[in-house]
Design a protein around this ligand. Structure first.
Ligand code: GUN
Ligand code: ZN
Length: 437
């Protein structure tokens, strides 16, 4: 039976979100809103406010006093069909795709397999505290239908689209321009704007689409209001060299997408490690943003993304797991990796900058700030409840923390999905941690 939201629910805990954009290294940012021991009020799946006093008996009370309540995380770049190859040894991007990823994605041609994968993947997201995501399924239409169907059942905010690739991919994983166009139009008609679902035109990356397919993708973007675009850009040096050979007329890797009309304000470009100043200026001008994937960048040896350069150029940054290039769906671990990657360049990101990029910052970059990413009246009640500490070491560290920033920073650095108590989507509890004994 499909669970429905009780009309009025109040959840008690320590509420943490953002009312503005925190400066990247400001540990005492005024953009942070912390409401210790408050009740978050939810009516018909929507946040109705917060109060320090217990609400009256007209509210169903869920008492998580002493726990941390955050907006659900938004994972802005992740591959649903790559759980099968997460943590695969010994490759960089291009041979990793050939050796592990393409064979795994091939299995999604089967509708039953695609349905199983979609359910496993979305349940895993919820079990890691991510209630929204921007997702690559595969080239197969059935994998897109399966993913949207599973997201609809769970009430999740999801952006996804059929992966486009008409060259440099094995048989069974290639489409062609006409077939892809037809299938995308059908999928857009069926899913774009239905409930909390939105369609993203999804060329995998420049090497696997011909000019003709990229041009078709650019035209598709005009087909309906509010379509997203998602792809990969400038992730790995060998990939960047390959793109320069394949598209000699383009000024840069990013320019390949620009030339085909693919950079709009709803474009989500994963990685963006090997960009230059002109690329960053172009991203800013178009309002496109970068999904920074630190776990994947480290694991595949791709390089170190320059947060400060992107931010100073006015480019939006969100955070993403990029599973299966990334080694886990935990956004705490993703944030911890982001901190470490930036520390290598001498940039010390605050806990606020990190958390913001995975919640309100991502929501705004996706033009969904009214709906997700904050514990704000009128937003959809996508919220997660977390233990402040899940181990003796973490408990000790929390005890010694002198201020809120220290507490939250330690929570990020020492935590993972085992700290998650419950995930709520649109006012419905969709994941609850199992008792361990
Ligand atoms: N570039 C093209 N495809 C992929 C993919 O599946 N993962 C990553 N990390 N990069 C890509
Ligand atoms: Zn990716």
């Amino acid at each position: 039976m499909k669970p429905t939201a009780p009309a009025r629910t109040a959840i008690r805990g320590d509420l943490l979100d953002f009312v503005d954009v925190p400066a990247r290294a400001d540990a005492s940012s005024p953009a942070v809103r912390f409401r210790a021991d408050h009740w978050l009020l939810i009516e018909d799946g929507v946040i109705a406010g917060a109060t320090a006093d217990a609400p009256d008996a007209g509210w169903q009370r869920v008492d998580h006093a002493g726990k941390l309540i955050l907006p659900g995380f938004i994972d802005t770049h992740v591959h649903s069909a790559q759980l099968d190859v997460i943590g695969s040894w010994g490759a960089q991007l291009l041979d990793w795709l050939e050796t592990y990823t393409f064979p795994a994605e091939m299995r999604q041609a089967d509708a039953a397999q695609a349905a199983m994968t979609a359910a496993l993947f979305l349940d895993a997201l919820l079990a890691h505290g991510s209630t929204s995501a921007v997702v690559f399924p595969t080239v197969h239409k059935v994998s897109v239908d399966a993913l949207f169907e599973a997201a609809e059942v769970r009430g999740m905010r999801l952006v996804a689209g059929k992966v486009l690739m008409d060259r440099h991919a094995p048989e069974g994983l290639r489409d062609d321009v006409e077939q892809a166009q037809r299938e995308c139009l059908e999928l857009i008609d069926r899913w774009h704007g239905r409930g909390r679902l939105a369609y993203a035109v999804t060329p995998r990356f420049a090497p696997t689409s011909s000019d003709a397919q990229l041009a078709m993708a650019g035209e598709l973007l005009q087909a309906r209001e509010g379509l997203y675009m998602q792809t990969h850009v400038a992730e790995n040096p060998a990939e960047v060299r390959w793109v320069a050979e394949l598209f000699p007329e383009a000024r840069s890797y990013l320019d390949v997408y620009a030339r085909h009309g693919l950079l709009n304000e709803r474009a989500v470009l994963a990685h963006g490690i090997w960009l230059d100043d002109s690329d960053r200026a172009l991203l800013r001008e178009r309002g496109a943003h970068i999904a920074f994937c630190p776990s994947s960048n480290l694991f595949l040896g791709s390089g170190l993304f320059g947060w400060a350069a992107a931010e100073e150029a006015g480019v939006g940054i969100s955070l993403a797991s990029d599973v299966g290039g990334g080694t886990g769906l935990s956004m705490q671990r993703t944030l911890a990796d982001a901190y470490k990657v930036q520390a290598m360049a001498g940039t010390k990101l605050s806990a606020w900058a990190l958390l913001h990029a995975a919640t309100r910052g991502a929501a705004r970059a996706l033009h969904l700030g009214h709906e997700i990413g904050a514990l704000e009246s009128g937003a959809t009640a996508d919220v997660c409840i977390w233990d402040w500490a899940g181990s003796a070491v973490a408990r000790q560290r929390q005890k010694m923390a002198r201020d809120l920033h220290e507490k939250v920073f330690a929570w990020i650095m020492l935590g993972d999905e085992r700290d998650l108590v419950e995930s709520w989507v649109a006012g419905v509890c969709r994941h609850r941690r199992r008792a361990t004994h």
